[in-house]
Every structure is written in C-alpha cells, then in structure tokens.
Design a protein around this ligand. Structure first.
Ligand SMILES: Cc1ncc(C[n+]2csc(CCOP(=O)(O)OP(=O)(O)O)c2C)c(N)n1
Ligand SMILES: [Mg+2]
Length: 557
C-alpha cells in the first residue's frame, strides 16, 4: 500500500464514490486537495465558481439531479460563511450534499486564529452531520460515512472540516468502498392496510414530494397511478415527480395553491403522501391538515421514520423510500370505485387554473411561459429561485416525465443561476432555462462567468420589474403607499451579459420573446434574455394599484 497525503487520500475516496464533478472556490487552506485534484482533472473535474454561495448551490443542484451527494470545496472562515445558503437549502430541500470546509492547522486551534470557526457549532443546527477529520488515515472512514448519511433516511448536507496540517500529513490506508443510501421498505401488513384504505376511499388524493426519487421510482409512480386511477398532486417545487400533462395530474400543493385543489386536500377522506414531509409551504402554512390529528386519514410514507408523526399523526405511518413503497403496493387493490371521476375533475381544475389571465403592460408572462411549455423539449431543465416571477413557471409550465424542475423548497433567492450552470454541466445535451427575477438574478449573477468559462450554454431569463416585487406586494397589503426598501435601480442586463462574453438581448414586448429565445438557443454560448415587465404586473392576477386599494380598505375596517 502506498503512502499518500491527506489531500490524495481524500480525492481518491471521492473517485471511489464515483463523484463526477466537484464544485468550489479555492483557498490556501486546502492546497493539498487542489494538488490531488490536478491528477484526476479529466475524471473528476473541479468546477470553480465565483462565490461560495453559488458554488454550494451548484453542488446542491447536482445532488437533486443525480441523487448522489453534490461535492463542494470552500475555504475556512469567510468561505464557510458564504457557503451557508447552499447548506441550508440542502437541509430544507432534503438534498444529499457533502461540503468540505478548510480549517486552520491543529497547532493554532482555539486561539481564534486567522479565519478560525468551530464548524460543529456554526453548522450544528443546519447540517445533518458536522465533523472534523483530524487524522489522514481516517479520511476513507469519514468520507464513506458522510456519503451514507447524506443519502440515507431524509437526505441532507454533511459538513467535513479539513485541518490544513492533516491534509499535508501522510498515511497508508485503503480507500473506502462505494456506498449507497440505506434502503427502507414497508412491512407487508402495512401495505395491505394501505391498499384497503385507498380501495374504500371516496375522495382520495395522492401527494408526492421530497427526495430519493430515482428514474425507476418516477416510472413506477406513473404505472401505479394509471392502474389505480388515483389523482396525483405534487408538493411545493416537486412538480417534476409526475407528468403534469397526465390526465391524473391534479396540480401542485404549494404557495399560491389553486383554491379548488386546496379544498380537495382539505376534504379528502384518504390522503396518501409519498416522500413529502408536509412542510409549511405544502400545507398552506399548516392549515390544510389539522395539527396534530388530521381529519383526513393520513397514509404517510417517508424514508425517514423521524419525519413520520413530526407534525401530523398519521392513520398509517410507513418508513420506506418512495420506490420501495410503490413497488410493494398493488395498484389494482388500491383502486377506489369512483376513481376515474375524481381524477378527471381534479385535472380539469388544474387545466382551468393554468389558463391565461390578462396582465397590464406590453409583456405577458402567461403567454411567454405557455410558449415555453409548448416549445421546450421533453427533457428540458427549468430552474428558478424565489420571488413572484417564479409563480408563472410553477403555474403554467408543465413539468414531469423527464422535464425537470430545479427550485428551492427553502424559498432561497439566488438559486436559479448556479443550479442551471450545474444542470448544463451534468447534462450538456439538455436544454436548460434559468428563470430569474431581477432581485434573484443579482444574488448569484456572478456565476454567469462560470457558465461562460465552462461553456455551459444555459438560456438565462431575467424578469425585470425594477423591484423586490414580492416584498413590495406584502408592503402594499400591510403598509399601503409606504414603499420603502423594495425599489431597485438595475443594470442593463443584456449589456452586462455581453460583457461576460455571453449572448444578451432585451425584450420589451411579448412577441419579441420567441424569436429572441430561438437566437439564444443557437447562440453557441450562454445567453441572457432581459425581459422588461410592467411593475404593475406584480402577481399573476392582481396589480400594485389593486393591492394598495385592498391595503387601505383593510386599514379602514
Ligand atoms: C436569500 C433570500 N433573501 C431574501 C429573501 C426574501 N425575499 C423573498 S422574494 C424577494 C424578492 C424577489 O425579488 P425578485 O427576484 O426581483 O422577484 P419579484 O418578486 O420582483 O418577482 C425577497 C427579497 C429570500 N427569500 N431569500
Ligand atoms: Mg423583481
């Protein structure tokens, strides 16, 4: 066995976990790792980003896309603090992530040395596990454990700190084997009870969400739905788990939910929830189900036993991965008598919900997203961050059956740019559209340079209403006509994109979008479409002026 440095052992163990890309921003704290990465640059490229928040988001998106942990390297202190947004997002989104953070040498620890942070305390309440590798000979053990924790049960982020002197020290140790997330399968009796509950249901609904859905589980869900004829809704920002064009699709249970779907969830007699935690955004702020005992008979399937009964006490709690549960349940034995009628009316409600409404101004996002829905291929990836601008894609675009949605369940701004860069790097053959607000774009717009550097030909769209529109909306509702802290003076985004070496165009009218999009796809480099919208069109269905009036009316009552 060869003597290797900590840096070499670490990189060899990432190769052993079949990591295909690592993301990060370099730091002098982990030069030994960079040196080892140099040797495997063709097999495991290190994608350098421009800010650790962007880097950690790219790694998080890799985790969403592949089901395997995204790997990010950041330096100690300031690198670690910049990375926090991606680690929090991985936690809330249940995404496997392993973040390697530089650490000062062990000879100066606890003096508050230059850039010293105790990561166990800093990340203690956010990450799934935080540890520090103090001996090079134990790297294989820590890496294998980190990967397994990140993927098992409810997936999430693991932070591993790397003391500088540990990385340059040497050891003689074997690499750890490839690990997978631990499987969890349902008990036979529970499956039979689930089938009986569904079979006798009068107003059943399936809600799917969470992570740990691989291609086989998605395909199995489609077969289960077809044979059982149960209507299927997707949880907040998990709209790609079921084909939205499918006649059994009932819509998404998220922020700004279709009131008819909300009523369907509330009035369901049996609710089969697979993979989803039933978090605040999926339950309309904990109002769709009663806490702690829902009126609906709740059949809750989640890969992590600790999530079952956390808020809602289920009629039947099953700790299983989505794939294992769906493989075990017999769809024919689960089919309720009136299944087809229920599903047909649920899908009709969804179709009506996504039909266009009039908006003020020369740019109509309803029409633009409808056009994208028809135009984009069946395997397109659409990313976004947080803000009202995202509601158009959530409500009008149809995901699923290969069409992927990368969007933060955590509601974190700045996700749309880096996640799209990751998607294009992982899947260069797919069309990737990054959908951003002007506020959201500016949070990680620097990663446009990463897209240019790695020739990641994403089409970035920036919806520019000159404000943090979502907050302005709340402001007008609660403090009408007292606009403060929400206006933005923006750059010329198209010109900015050209300065980065990308293709850039500005769109001021609805009919300019389609030809500009086609030019962007054919530009032969990353492209940015700067879409100027009327600030009055602050939501899909109401205007700033109307919100202000409602705000005043609410005050006078
Ligand atoms: C990192 C982060 N910071 C702040 C917020 C609070 N926030 C939610 S939406 C929003 C405004 C988004 O602005 P923009 O991207 O321009 O979209 P718009 O609402 O105008 O459509 C803000 C500030 C957040 N969700 N995440
Ligand atoms: Mg905006």
């Amino acid at each position: 066995m060869a003597v290797r440095t900590g840096g070499e052992i670490l990189v060899a163990n990432l190769v052993a976990q079949r990591v295909t890309h690592a993301f990060g921003v370099p730091g002098e704290s982990y030069l030994a790792v960079l040196d080892a990465l140099h040797d495997v640059r063709d097999q495991l490229p290190f994608v350098i980003c421009r800010q650790e928040g962007g880097a950690t988001y790219t790694a998080e998106a890799y985790g969403k896309l592949t089901g395997r942990p995204g790997v990010v390297f950041v330096t100690r202190g300031p690198g670690a603090t910049n990375a926090a947004v991606g680690i929090h997002t991985a936690a809330q989104d249940s995404t496997p992530l392993v973040a390697f953070v530089g650490q000062i040498g062990s000879d100066t620890v606890d003096r508050e040395a230059f850039q010293e942070i105790d990561y166990r305390r800093m990340y203690g309440s956010v990450a799934k596990w935080v540890a520090q590798i103090d001996r090079a000979g134990r790297i294989p053990e820590y890496v294998a454990h980190a990967f397994r924790i990140a993927m098992s049960g409810r997936p999430g982020p693991v932070v591993l700190a790397l003391p500088e002197d540990m990385l340059t020290s040497s050891a003689e140790v074997a690499d750890a084997p490839y690990v997978e997330g631990t499987a969890a399968a349902p008990a036979r009796d529970d499956v039979l009870r689930a089938e009986a509950m569904l079979r006798t249901a009068v107003r059943p609904l399936v809600i799917v969400g969470g992570s740990r859905w691989d291609a086989a589980a998605r395909a199995a869900l489609a077969r289960f739905a077809d044979a059982s004829q149960l209507p299927v809704a997707c949880a907040f920002r998990h709209q790609d788990l079921f084909a939205n064009r499918h006649p059994l699709y009932a819509g998404d249970v998220g922020i700004g939910i279709n009131p008819r779907l909300a009523a369907r969830v509330r009035d369901a007699d049996v609710l089969l929830v697979i993979g989803e935690r039933l978090g605040e955004t999926t339950t309309s702020g904990y109002t769709l189900l009663d806490v702690p005992l829902p009126k609906q008979a709740l059949l809750h399937v989640h890969p992590d036993a600790l999530e079952l009964g956390r808020v809602y006490q289920p009629a039947l709690a099953i700790a299983a991965t989505p794939g294992a549960f769906i493989a075990a349940i017999d769809p024919h034995a689960s089919r309720p008598a009136a299944a087809q009628t229920i599903a047909a009316s649920a899908h009709a409600d969804y179709d009506a919900w996504r039909a266009p409404r009039p908006v003020p101004g020369d740019v109509d996002l309803w029409t633009i997203v409808q056009w994208l829905d028809e135009r984009l291929p069946a395997d397109a990836v659409l990313t976004n961050g947080a803000g009202n601008y995202a509601t158009w894609v959530h409500r009008v675009f149809r995901y699923g059956a290969g069409r992927r949605q990368l969007a933060p369940y955590s509601g974190a701004m700045g996700y749309g740019v880096p996640s799209a860069v990751a998607a294009k790097i992982v899947h260069p053959e797919r069309v990737v559209v990054s959908w951003n607000g002007d506020g959201c774009y500016m949070m990680n717009g620097q990663e446009l340079a990463t897209a240019v550097q790695y020739d990641a030909r994403v089409v970035f769209v920036v919806i520019d209403n000159g404000m943090y529109g979502t907050i302005r909306m709340h402001q007008e509702r609660h403090y009408p006509a007292r606009v403060y802290g929400t206006d933005l003076v923006n750059p010329d985004f198209a010109q900015l994109a050209r300065a980065y070496g990308a293709h850039g165009e500005t769109i001021a009218r609805t009919d300019e979008f389609a030809p500009a999009f086609e030019r962007a796809v054919l530009a032969g480099r990353p492209a940015l479409l700067h879409v100027r919208v009327d600030p009055q069109a602050v939501t899909m269905t109401t205007t700033l002026a109307a919100l202000r009036e409602q705000g005043f009316a609410a005050r006078s009552t």
